[in-house]
Design a protein around this ligand. Structure first.
Ligand code: SF4
Length: 245
């Protein structure tokens, strides 16, 4: 998958405050920012902001992104995930873009969840759980390609909590992407929740452009089976889902 993806950093930092946030790792600028020049050498799948949110960028950020993408030759997919509110006006822009460029360019917007409960403690400035469910419904109504992105699956969160999250989403969206947790050994989060409790392994992380510690939840496979047994489809990476579009 590696050579199919292009990553960009946000111009402005994310304010969602997730306590496990990977963008707090070390230097926190992984990739160049999106610009015309960088767009000339794009791979098939583009992550315009892999370490922040469009909502925290400038007013015209989305418009410039759509304009740059519209000029590109060949098949391209823009992949965005969010824990922020998206206005109807912005969703309409995505819908219109997808219609105009049907078969050539696609914008996909997934809704991100790390868990169902205690989001005020884990993601204090992101939108609430119920607002994410409402946004998922809206995306379906606007026919914008989407997935339920359960990432990171937190190893200390009970299987029952993820089952309940899946039950809430599956009648709205059948596509799920799962992902493990990447942790920063220097973080308070690591010391409080992971250290000496869970097995960690070193893995190369493409969007971080470095080796990072990865923790796979003991419930990962059970969660996957539950999605499949409930009639959903499960992907182990976003790129795997993008290949189906
Ligand atoms: S939404 Fe993503 S980038 Fe923003 S704080 Fe949470 S994990 Fe970090």
């Amino acid at each position: 998958m590696k050579n199919k993806r292009s990553f960009f950093s946000g111009r402005k930092k994310c304010k969602n405050g997730c306590i496990y946030c990977f963008s707090n790792f070390a230097s926190n600028k992984f990739h160049e920012e999106m610009n015309e020049l960088a767009f000339q050498q794009l791979n098939k799948f583009i992550y315009p902001i892999c370490d922040s949110e469009i909502s925290y960028q400038s007013e015209n950020y989305l418009d410039s992104l759509l304009e740059m993408l519209g000029k590109q030759k060949g098949y391209k997919v823009i992949s965005i995930s969010t824990k922020c509110n998206w206005s109807d006006e912005k969703l309409l822009k995505l819908q219109t873009f997808n219609k105009i460029h049907a078969g050539e360019k696609i914008i996909k917007l997934s809704i991100s969840f790390s868990r169902k409960n205690e989001l005020d403690k884990f993601e204090p400035n992101a939108i609430s759980y119920s607002d994410r469910i409402s946004l998922l419904k809206k995306l379906k109504n606007y026919s914008i390609p989407t997935v339920v992105l359960i990432k990171p699956i937190l190893p200390f969160v009970a299987y029952e909590e993820y089952k309940s999250l899946i039950d809430d989403c599956i009648n709205i969206c059948k596509d799920f992407v799962l992902g493990p947790l990447y942790v920063d050994k220097q973080s308070k989060f690591y010391n409080k929740f992971i250290y000496q409790k869970y097995q960690v392994e070193e893995k190369y992380c493409e969007w971080l452009k470095s080796i990072a510690l990865c923790v796979k939840s003991p419930n990962y496979e059970k969660i996957k089976s539950y999605i499949i047994n409930s009639g959903g489809t499960c992907y182990d990476s976003d790129a795997e889902f993008l290949e189906t579009l």
